[in-house]
Design a protein around this ligand. Structure first.
Ligand code: PBG
Length: 324
Protein backbone atom coordinates (compact mmCIF):
# COMPACT_ATOMS: atom_id res chain seq x y z
CA UNK A 1 0.00 0.00 0.00
CA UNK A 2 1.24 3.48 -0.88
CA UNK A 3 -0.58 6.17 1.11
CA UNK A 4 1.17 8.88 -0.88
CA UNK A 5 -0.85 8.09 -4.05
CA UNK A 6 -3.70 10.26 -2.80
CA UNK A 7 -1.45 13.16 -1.84
CA UNK A 8 0.07 13.89 -5.23
CA UNK A 9 -1.86 17.00 -6.25
CA UNK A 10 -3.99 19.76 -4.78
CA UNK A 11 -7.04 18.39 -6.58
CA UNK A 12 -6.46 14.87 -5.27
CA UNK A 13 -5.92 16.12 -1.72
CA UNK A 14 -9.08 18.21 -1.96
CA UNK A 15 -11.07 15.18 -3.13
CA UNK A 16 -10.14 13.08 -0.12
CA UNK A 17 -10.21 15.84 2.50
CA UNK A 18 -12.28 14.76 5.50
CA UNK A 19 -12.91 18.05 7.27
CA UNK A 20 -14.27 21.28 5.82
CA UNK A 21 -13.82 24.83 7.05
CA UNK A 22 -16.01 27.60 5.70
CA UNK A 23 -16.51 31.27 6.63
CA UNK A 24 -20.00 30.34 7.81
CA UNK A 25 -18.45 28.08 10.48
CA UNK A 26 -16.79 31.07 12.13
CA UNK A 27 -18.11 33.44 14.78
CA UNK A 28 -16.37 36.78 15.28
CA UNK A 29 -16.22 38.31 18.80
CA UNK A 30 -16.58 42.09 19.17
CA UNK A 31 -15.88 44.30 22.21
CA UNK A 32 -18.25 47.25 22.27
CA UNK A 33 -17.29 50.39 24.19
CA UNK A 34 -18.90 53.81 24.75
CA UNK A 35 -18.20 56.79 22.51
CA UNK A 36 -18.12 57.48 18.81
CA UNK A 37 -15.43 56.74 16.26
CA UNK A 38 -13.51 54.66 18.82
CA UNK A 39 -11.26 51.90 17.46
CA UNK A 40 -8.72 51.18 20.17
CA UNK A 41 -6.40 48.22 19.71
CA UNK A 42 -6.02 45.76 22.60
CA UNK A 43 -2.29 45.68 23.32
CA UNK A 44 -2.13 41.96 24.07
CA UNK A 45 -4.30 41.09 21.03
CA UNK A 46 -2.94 42.70 17.86
CA UNK A 47 -5.77 43.13 15.33
CA UNK A 48 -8.49 43.12 18.02
CA UNK A 49 -10.16 46.38 19.02
CA UNK A 50 -12.52 48.01 21.48
CA UNK A 51 -15.13 49.49 19.15
CA UNK A 52 -17.80 52.11 19.68
CA UNK A 53 -21.22 51.16 18.33
CA UNK A 54 -20.75 52.99 15.00
CA UNK A 55 -17.41 51.26 14.40
CA UNK A 56 -18.82 47.90 15.46
CA UNK A 57 -21.54 48.26 12.82
CA UNK A 58 -18.80 48.68 10.20
CA UNK A 59 -17.12 45.50 11.38
CA UNK A 60 -20.47 43.71 11.33
CA UNK A 61 -20.97 44.77 7.72
CA UNK A 62 -17.52 43.55 6.78
CA UNK A 63 -18.12 40.25 8.58
CA UNK A 64 -21.41 39.82 6.73
CA UNK A 65 -19.81 40.49 3.37
CA UNK A 66 -17.14 37.89 4.12
CA UNK A 67 -19.81 35.25 4.79
CA UNK A 68 -18.97 34.87 8.48
CA UNK A 69 -21.61 32.97 10.43
CA UNK A 70 -22.20 35.40 13.25
CA UNK A 71 -20.92 37.77 15.89
CA UNK A 72 -20.42 37.31 19.62
CA UNK A 73 -20.90 40.60 21.46
CA UNK A 74 -19.17 41.70 24.67
CA UNK A 75 -19.52 45.09 26.34
CA UNK A 76 -17.36 47.57 28.21
CA UNK A 77 -19.80 49.68 30.21
CA UNK A 78 -19.44 53.37 31.06
CA UNK A 79 -19.36 52.47 34.78
CA UNK A 80 -19.31 49.36 36.95
CA UNK A 81 -21.01 48.48 40.23
CA UNK A 82 -21.45 45.58 42.66
CA UNK A 83 -24.52 44.22 40.85
CA UNK A 84 -23.30 44.64 37.29
CA UNK A 85 -26.18 46.94 36.40
CA UNK A 86 -24.66 47.69 32.99
CA UNK A 87 -25.23 44.07 31.96
CA UNK A 88 -29.02 44.20 32.22
CA UNK A 89 -29.82 47.86 31.87
CA UNK A 90 -32.04 48.68 28.88
CA UNK A 91 -29.50 51.28 27.83
CA UNK A 92 -26.55 48.90 28.36
CA UNK A 93 -23.77 49.11 25.82
CA UNK A 94 -24.46 45.74 24.14
CA UNK A 95 -28.20 46.48 24.14
CA UNK A 96 -27.46 49.72 22.27
CA UNK A 97 -25.21 47.90 19.82
CA UNK A 98 -27.86 45.26 19.17
CA UNK A 99 -30.56 47.85 18.50
CA UNK A 100 -28.29 49.69 16.08
CA UNK A 101 -27.10 46.52 14.33
CA UNK A 102 -30.69 45.41 13.89
CA UNK A 103 -31.21 48.49 11.68
CA UNK A 104 -28.28 47.49 9.48
CA UNK A 105 -28.59 45.04 6.57
CA UNK A 106 -25.62 43.11 8.01
CA UNK A 107 -27.83 41.74 10.75
CA UNK A 108 -29.87 39.79 8.20
CA UNK A 109 -26.79 37.82 7.19
CA UNK A 110 -25.33 37.22 10.66
CA UNK A 111 -26.43 35.43 13.80
CA UNK A 112 -26.08 37.99 16.57
CA UNK A 113 -25.01 36.19 19.74
CA UNK A 114 -24.88 38.12 23.02
CA UNK A 115 -22.53 36.88 25.73
CA UNK A 116 -24.35 36.77 29.08
CA UNK A 117 -22.09 37.43 32.04
CA UNK A 118 -21.57 39.97 34.78
CA UNK A 119 -17.76 40.15 35.00
CA UNK A 120 -17.36 43.02 32.53
CA UNK A 121 -19.96 45.00 34.49
CA UNK A 122 -19.18 44.32 38.15
CA UNK A 123 -16.75 46.51 40.09
CA UNK A 124 -15.15 43.35 41.57
CA UNK A 125 -14.82 41.63 38.18
CA UNK A 126 -16.49 38.38 39.24
CA UNK A 127 -19.15 36.66 37.14
CA UNK A 128 -21.78 36.74 39.90
CA UNK A 129 -22.79 38.48 43.12
CA UNK A 130 -20.02 38.61 45.73
CA UNK A 131 -20.66 38.11 49.45
CA UNK A 132 -18.40 37.50 52.46
CA UNK A 133 -17.40 33.86 52.60
CA UNK A 134 -14.87 31.29 53.65
CA UNK A 135 -11.95 32.59 51.57
CA UNK A 136 -12.80 36.17 52.51
CA UNK A 137 -15.36 36.25 49.74
CA UNK A 138 -17.71 33.97 47.87
CA UNK A 139 -19.60 34.22 44.60
CA UNK A 140 -23.21 33.67 45.66
CA UNK A 141 -24.91 31.39 43.15
CA UNK A 142 -28.66 31.86 43.43
CA UNK A 143 -28.86 35.67 43.67
CA UNK A 144 -26.58 35.74 40.61
CA UNK A 145 -29.14 33.72 38.63
CA UNK A 146 -31.72 36.49 38.86
CA UNK A 147 -29.27 39.03 37.43
CA UNK A 148 -28.12 36.68 34.69
CA UNK A 149 -31.71 35.89 33.68
CA UNK A 150 -32.47 39.58 33.64
CA UNK A 151 -29.40 40.20 31.47
CA UNK A 152 -30.34 37.49 28.98
CA UNK A 153 -33.90 38.79 28.73
CA UNK A 154 -32.80 42.36 28.16
CA UNK A 155 -30.36 41.24 25.43
CA UNK A 156 -33.10 39.21 23.72
CA UNK A 157 -35.42 42.24 23.90
CA UNK A 158 -32.70 44.39 22.32
CA UNK A 159 -32.50 41.99 19.37
CA UNK A 160 -30.02 39.19 20.15
CA UNK A 161 -30.67 36.09 18.04
CA UNK A 162 -28.98 33.88 20.63
CA UNK A 163 -27.96 34.36 24.26
CA UNK A 164 -24.76 32.72 25.48
CA UNK A 165 -24.26 32.46 29.26
CA UNK A 166 -20.54 32.23 30.13
CA UNK A 167 -20.71 32.70 33.91
CA UNK A 168 -20.72 29.03 35.04
CA UNK A 169 -23.24 29.50 37.87
CA UNK A 170 -25.27 26.36 38.61
CA UNK A 171 -28.78 26.50 37.21
CA UNK A 172 -28.31 29.54 34.98
CA UNK A 173 -29.65 27.85 31.85
CA UNK A 174 -32.93 26.95 33.55
CA UNK A 175 -33.22 30.44 35.03
CA UNK A 176 -32.58 32.09 31.66
CA UNK A 177 -34.95 29.72 29.82
CA UNK A 178 -37.78 30.45 32.19
CA UNK A 179 -37.21 34.23 32.04
CA UNK A 180 -37.18 34.17 28.23
CA UNK A 181 -40.25 31.92 27.99
CA UNK A 182 -42.33 33.96 30.39
CA UNK A 183 -41.60 37.22 28.54
CA UNK A 184 -42.40 36.14 24.99
CA UNK A 185 -38.94 34.97 23.90
CA UNK A 186 -39.62 31.24 23.74
CA UNK A 187 -37.96 31.20 20.30
CA UNK A 188 -34.62 32.59 21.46
CA UNK A 189 -32.04 29.80 21.66
CA UNK A 190 -29.48 29.42 24.46
CA UNK A 191 -25.88 28.64 23.57
CA UNK A 192 -24.43 27.67 26.92
CA UNK A 193 -20.74 27.73 27.68
CA UNK A 194 -21.37 24.33 29.21
CA UNK A 195 -17.78 23.25 29.47
CA UNK A 196 -15.71 26.20 30.54
CA UNK A 197 -12.42 25.67 32.31
CA UNK A 198 -10.64 28.06 34.67
CA UNK A 199 -7.89 28.90 32.21
CA UNK A 200 -4.78 31.04 31.97
CA UNK A 201 -5.63 31.48 28.30
CA UNK A 202 -8.35 34.06 29.10
CA UNK A 203 -5.64 36.53 30.17
CA UNK A 204 -5.68 38.83 27.11
CA UNK A 205 -9.51 38.85 27.03
CA UNK A 206 -9.52 40.34 30.49
CA UNK A 207 -7.54 43.26 29.10
CA UNK A 208 -9.85 43.51 26.06
CA UNK A 209 -13.02 43.40 28.18
CA UNK A 210 -11.52 44.99 31.30
CA UNK A 211 -12.92 42.09 33.31
CA UNK A 212 -10.10 40.77 35.49
CA UNK A 213 -11.28 39.78 38.98
CA UNK A 214 -10.10 42.41 41.48
CA UNK A 215 -9.43 39.71 44.11
CA UNK A 216 -9.31 35.91 44.11
CA UNK A 217 -9.84 33.88 40.96
CA UNK A 218 -12.64 32.04 39.16
CA UNK A 219 -11.79 28.52 40.32
CA UNK A 220 -14.91 28.11 42.47
CA UNK A 221 -17.15 28.46 39.43
CA UNK A 222 -15.13 27.59 36.31
CA UNK A 223 -13.96 23.99 35.97
CA UNK A 224 -10.64 22.43 36.89
CA UNK A 225 -8.66 21.85 33.69
CA UNK A 226 -7.93 18.25 34.67
CA UNK A 227 -11.54 17.09 34.54
CA UNK A 228 -13.15 15.49 31.50
CA UNK A 229 -15.92 13.50 33.21
CA UNK A 230 -17.03 16.60 35.05
CA UNK A 231 -17.23 18.43 31.73
CA UNK A 232 -19.65 15.78 30.45
CA UNK A 233 -21.80 16.23 33.56
CA UNK A 234 -21.86 20.01 33.08
CA UNK A 235 -23.04 19.52 29.49
CA UNK A 236 -25.67 16.96 30.51
CA UNK A 237 -27.08 19.34 33.10
CA UNK A 238 -27.16 22.32 30.74
CA UNK A 239 -29.00 20.23 28.15
CA UNK A 240 -31.51 19.07 30.76
CA UNK A 241 -32.06 22.70 31.73
CA UNK A 242 -32.82 23.59 28.12
CA UNK A 243 -29.59 24.59 26.36
CA UNK A 244 -30.00 24.41 22.56
CA UNK A 245 -26.29 24.41 21.75
CA UNK A 246 -23.17 24.00 23.81
CA UNK A 247 -19.85 25.74 23.79
CA UNK A 248 -16.50 24.31 24.77
CA UNK A 249 -13.74 26.57 25.95
CA UNK A 250 -10.78 27.02 25.57
CA UNK A 251 -10.29 25.02 22.36
CA UNK A 252 -6.69 24.00 21.70
CA UNK A 253 -5.70 22.61 25.13
CA UNK A 254 -9.12 20.90 25.40
CA UNK A 255 -9.75 19.33 21.98
CA UNK A 256 -10.20 15.93 23.64
CA UNK A 257 -13.15 17.41 25.53
CA UNK A 258 -14.68 18.61 22.26
CA UNK A 259 -14.24 15.13 20.79
CA UNK A 260 -15.77 13.42 23.85
CA UNK A 261 -18.76 15.78 23.74
CA UNK A 262 -19.19 15.20 20.00
CA UNK A 263 -19.37 11.45 20.55
CA UNK A 264 -21.82 11.71 23.38
CA UNK A 265 -24.25 14.51 22.48
CA UNK A 266 -26.32 15.15 19.37
CA UNK A 267 -26.58 18.92 19.81
CA UNK A 268 -24.67 21.56 17.86
CA UNK A 269 -21.27 22.21 19.44
CA UNK A 270 -19.13 25.31 19.22
CA UNK A 271 -15.55 25.69 20.41
CA UNK A 272 -14.00 28.99 21.45
CA UNK A 273 -10.44 29.65 20.32
CA UNK A 274 -9.89 32.02 23.21
CA UNK A 275 -7.84 35.17 23.53
CA UNK A 276 -4.68 33.46 24.80
CA UNK A 277 -4.69 31.02 21.90
CA UNK A 278 -4.99 33.96 19.51
CA UNK A 279 -2.30 36.04 21.22
CA UNK A 280 0.09 33.12 21.36
CA UNK A 281 -0.26 32.49 17.64
CA UNK A 282 -0.09 36.21 16.81
CA UNK A 283 3.08 36.63 18.85
CA UNK A 284 4.82 33.87 16.93
CA UNK A 285 3.41 35.12 13.61
CA UNK A 286 4.65 38.65 14.29
CA UNK A 287 8.16 37.35 14.94
CA UNK A 288 8.08 35.39 11.73
CA UNK A 289 8.27 32.13 13.67
CA UNK A 290 5.03 30.80 12.22
CA UNK A 291 3.43 31.24 8.81
CA UNK A 292 0.29 33.25 9.55
CA UNK A 293 -2.13 31.81 7.03
CA UNK A 294 -1.18 28.20 7.54
CA UNK A 295 -1.01 28.34 11.33
CA UNK A 296 -4.35 30.13 11.54
CA UNK A 297 -6.21 27.70 9.27
CA UNK A 298 -4.57 24.64 10.81
CA UNK A 299 -5.67 25.71 14.28
CA UNK A 300 -9.25 26.15 13.04
CA UNK A 301 -9.40 22.90 11.05
CA UNK A 302 -8.20 21.14 14.20
CA UNK A 303 -11.20 22.50 16.07
CA UNK A 304 -13.58 21.29 13.35
CA UNK A 305 -11.86 17.90 13.14
CA UNK A 306 -12.22 17.46 16.91
CA UNK A 307 -15.96 17.66 16.32
CA UNK A 308 -17.05 21.28 16.68
CA UNK A 309 -19.67 22.55 14.24
CA UNK A 310 -18.46 26.12 14.58
CA UNK A 311 -15.52 28.01 16.01
CA UNK A 312 -15.49 31.34 17.78
CA UNK A 313 -12.27 33.02 16.77
CA UNK A 314 -10.60 36.43 16.69
CA UNK A 315 -9.13 35.28 13.36
CA UNK A 316 -12.62 35.05 11.80
CA UNK A 317 -12.20 37.92 9.35
CA UNK A 318 -8.69 36.98 8.28
CA UNK A 319 -9.58 33.31 7.94
CA UNK A 320 -12.76 34.09 5.99
CA UNK A 321 -10.73 36.20 3.53
CA UNK A 322 -8.51 33.20 2.84
CA UNK A 323 -11.36 30.73 2.61
CA UNK A 324 -13.73 32.91 0.61
C1 PBG B 1 -16.81 36.15 30.59
C2 PBG B 1 -15.99 35.55 29.52
C3 PBG B 1 -14.61 35.33 29.48
C4 PBG B 1 -14.32 34.86 28.20
C5 PBG B 1 -15.52 34.78 27.52
N1 PBG B 1 -16.53 35.18 28.35
C6 PBG B 1 -13.56 35.61 30.48
C7 PBG B 1 -13.45 34.85 31.72
O1 PBG B 1 -14.19 33.90 31.98
O2 PBG B 1 -12.60 35.26 32.51
C8 PBG B 1 -12.95 34.53 27.67
C9 PBG B 1 -12.79 34.64 26.19
C10 PBG B 1 -11.40 34.75 25.72
O3 PBG B 1 -10.43 34.57 26.48
O4 PBG B 1 -11.24 35.01 24.52
N2 PBG B 1 -16.97 35.39 31.73
Amino acid sequence: MRMRRLRRSDQMRALVRETTLEPGDLIYPLFICPGEGVRKEVSSMPGVFNLSVDEAVRDAEEAASLGIGGLLLFGLPESKDEQGTGAWSESGIVQQALRTMRQSSASKKLVLIADVCLCEYTSHGHCGVVIEGRDGFEVDNDPSLKLLARTALSLAQAGADVVAPSDMMDGRVAAIRSALDSEGHAQTPILSYASKFASAFYGPFREAADSAPQFGDRKTYQMDGANLREAMREIELDLEEGADMILMKPAMPYLDVVRAARERFGVPIGAYQVSGEYSMLQAAIQRGWLDRDRAMLESLVGIRRAGADFAITYFAKEAAKLLG
